[in-house]
Design a protein around this ligand. Structure first.
Ligand code: GKR
Ligand code: MG
Length: 435
């Protein structure tokens, strides 16, 4: 009897397409989102012509690593996922890109060389899993061991925002209007709840005086009694300010996300807060886990499968969290449907996914896939379609790439402080703690 021939698992071609995606004027502690955000779309093609897709951060520092890594992949098997990290380690990281301090106001925690590499590896890992799934006729979650749930719950991601970008900045208009006070935040939450069925709410804070943000959370609690609420100022507060907010919102918040920056300060807050602390800033690599968990600095880790190095590393993180009794969920950055599909597949396989994940996706009106993913009752169904279950649409990809090509360099690297300076020329990135 002849063994049926498996589809070829060997990579014959890799295509990298940097794009700029329209983004609304969402505010955070560093400034405001630029009109366009960089993302990188990765296509891995096997010798049989099966294409797998991945998505990751697209700033120059990631492209600089993705290009040489892509050059090493011809002949590599899509199943050799562990080998991706070893290949990435052969790629030198420009020392100027590495930022080891948590006090510089970054939104993604420290930027070590390893973390930059892992953020790139994650896009290739997802593309390989997609191609492998399509070749084997299996969904990505099956390649990760199988789903333990049929739907993944997401939370509404509320932002203070302007109605539109300043005219000088360009960009695209939307009909959300401004949200600059508690009433605006509640109105935004109502629209999220009605349109997508979200039942939990995260507010991006660190924008206004803490007492105004406390008032916004109280207004949400009054409008949506008993619903899970979170507040995330991206490390903008000192320890005393964090404790003030925690005290005021004790019993109201499901968790407080990165009130202050750095593990030592988070530990000080955690000891007194009486509210669980979550992070996507002080525990962003395996190396940061030991100190944070032994000091009980965080009670919830929010994975970002991009900077944790992919879907399998996210599962390893989940196992460590389980061992230490630390909660787990996922946060997001500006992203498109490929990343959302990847998040959903891995989330479906993690038994201890303790909280609804957050997603920027509803803020993105553009995408590169044929059919956008649709939230129902605040959840995404977990697809059993082979691979990720999404298809790249070249006709949608091309104009976003053209936008990247046409850019004069100002949008290719996300810079929320630069975007703020268009409206407020004196703006500088606030040092943390800001309050
Ligand atoms: O998009 O403004 C933003 C967020 O602040 C994002 O950059 C964060 O990484 O949403 C993220 C978070 O949970 O901190
Ligand atoms: Mg966060």
């Amino acid at each position: 009897r002849r063994t049926p021939r498996a589809g070829s698992l060997v990579i014959s071609e890799v295509r990298l397409t940097p794009i700029l995606v329209a983004d609304p004027p969402l505010l955070n502690t560093q400034g405001v989102h630029q009109p366009y955000t960089p993302r990188l779309i990765i296509e891995v093609v096997t010798a049989d012509g099966v294409t797998g897709v991945g998505e990751t951060y697209g700033d120059t520092k990631y492209l600089e690593l993705a290009q040489p890594l892509a050059g090493k992949l011809a002949g590599h098997r899509i199943t050799e996922l562990n080998g991706l990290s070893a290949l990435a380690e052969e790629v030198a990281v420009n020392a100027a890109r590495v930022e080891n301090s948590v006090d510089v106001g970054g939104l993604r925690g420290v930027q070590t060389a390893d973390k930059l590499r892992l953020s790139v590896v994650s896009g290739f890992e997802v593309a390989c899993l997609d191609a492998w799934g399509k070749t084997a006729g299996l969904p990505v979650h099956a390649l990760l061991g199988g789903k333990v749930r049929d739907r993944v719950e997401y939370s509404a991601y509320l932002f203070y925002r302007w109605k539109e970008h300043p005219r000088a900045a360009g960009g695209q208009a939307d009909d959300w209007g401004a949200a600059a006070d508690p009433a605006g935040v509640v109105a935004q939450a109502e629209r999220f709840a009605e349109t997508y069925g979200f039942t939990s709410f995260k507010l991006k804070g660190g924008v206004f005086e803490p007492d105004q943000e406390i008032a916004a959370i109280r207004a949400l609690a009054e409008r949506f009694p008993g619903r899970p609420l979170r507040l995330d100022p991206n490390g903008a507060w000192s320890v005393p300010t964090s404790l003030h907010v925690a005290t005021e919102l004790r019993g109201v918040l499901e968790y407080l996300e990165d009130p202050t920056s750095g593990t030592a300060r988070m530990a000080e807050v955690a000891a007194e807060a009486g509210v669980p602390l979550a992070t996507n800033m002080c525990v962003t690599t395996f190396g940061e886990i030991r100190e944070a968990f032994t000091k009980d600095a965080v009670q919830v880790v929010l994975s970002d499968h991009h900077y944790w190095g992919g879907l399998r590393n996210t599962r390893e993180l989940a196992a460590v969290c389980r061992a230490f009794g630390v909660g787990l969920s996922m946060h997001s950055n500006t992203h498109l449907g490929i990343s959302l599909a990847a998040m959903t597949h891995v989330a479906a396989t993690v038994p201890n996914l303790d909280y609804a994940c957050d997603s920027h996706y509803p803020w993105q009106t553009e995408d590169v896939i044929t059919e956008r993913l649709a939230f129902r009752d605040g959840c995404l169904d977990v697809t059993d379609t082979p691979g990720l279950g999404v298809e790249l649409d070249p006709a949608k990809l091309a104009p976003l790439h053209q936008r990247w090509l046409d850019d004069d360099g100002t949008m290719r690297d996300r810079d929320d402080a630069a975007a703020m300076r268009v409206a407020d020329p004196g703006w500088t990135t606030p040092r943390t703690p800001r309050w």
